[in-house]
Design a protein around this ligand. Structure first.
Ligand code: NDP
Length: 255
């Protein structure tokens, strides 16, 4: 691989302060990209920016007006957006018969509608770039149902529909559109899932973590850097013919 294959490219990452987003920041920065890091909390964004460079920008992706202003702030510092990583997401759990409309709206709003809005805010730039890349952080919940998380699975299934449609619609352009579909990853979101399972079932946090870890066929949590690595790979110029792919990174769970 060339030393800095993404030198001069602007990568905007939503949810760039923690977990998979921070790992994507590390890998894209190593490949030479200039970073814009978006999220609601400034502290983690600033910490990632201190480690890997980049512009931290406060942005709640469920606020449409804020998305447009934040993307403009990013452009003012780093120029037009070449690489967009739509990663911000949330998870909740509830049995379907107890699921509230508020929870459904929160999950769909953050994981799917915001993905639509962020994609729309960047699509003009991505299509003008000679190496436009749109990468969605989906999930294994994009390809199978998840008990007690039907809203989350619906939002992540929707993300693949959006990804595949955009890949097909713009197949003749220089932009590619792909998704990564992780199994359980060692991030704050999984820590929160462990805490939720422990609280609901009364099991210890250790037992709850083992139960979640064992849902990956490998029996271990996926390293977030492994996801960041595939995201960065999808952004390389040499990946121009990977378009419309949903890449599972789940230790063999969906094999
Ligand atoms: P984290 O909780 O660490 O990351 C989620 C990120 O999204 C945070 O940085 C958070 O920052 C940001 N975010 C959440 N809501 C908003 C919002 N409204 N506006 C802006 N930013 C927001 O967990 P992960 O790294 O694991 O999650 C990243 C993605 O990976 C998610 O889409 C998740 O669904 C997906 N995923 C995770 C898996 C796992 O096992 N952990 C498995 C499969 C997919 P802040 O709170 O500061 O806004």
């Amino acid at each position: 691989m060339a030393e800095s294959p993404l030198a001069g490219r602007h990568a905007l990452i939503t949810g760039g302060g923690t977990g998979i987003g921070a790992a994507a920041a590390a890998q894209l920065s190593a490949a030479g990209a200039r970073l814009s890091l978006l999220g609601r909390r400034m502290e983690p964004l600033q910490a990632v920016a201190e480690s890997y460079g980049g512009k931290p920008i406060q942005c709640d992706v469920t606020d449409n007006a804020r998305i447009n202003a934040a993307f403009d702030e990013a452009r003012a510092v780093n120029g037009p957006i070449d690489l967009l990583v739509v990663n911000a997401g949330i998870a909740e759990s509830a049995p379907f018969h107890k699921m509230t409309r508020e929870s459904w709206d929160r999950i769909i709003g953050t994981n799917l509608t915001a993905a639509f809005e962020c994609s729309r805010a960047a699509i003009g730039d991505l299509l003008k770039s000679d190496n436009g890349r749109l990468v969605f952080v989906a999930s294994v919940a994009s390809i199978r149902g998840v008990p007690y998380a039907s809203h989350y699975a619906a939002s992540k299934h929707g993300l693949l529909g959006l990804m595949r449609s955009l890949a097909a619609e713009y197949a003749k352009s220089n932009m590619t559109v792909n998704a990564v579909c992780p199994g359980y990853v060692d991030t704050p979101m999984t820590d929160q899932s462990v805490a939720r399972v422990s609280e609901i079932t009364g099991r210890s946090e250790g037992d709850a973590r083992s139960a979640i870890t064992n849902m990956n066929a490998s029996g271990r949590l996926v390293d977030p850097q492994a996801i960041g690595n595939v995201i960065a790979m999808l952004c390389l110029p040499l990946s121009q013919d990977i378009n419309g792919a949903a890449i599972t990174i789940d230790g063999g769970t969906s094999a």
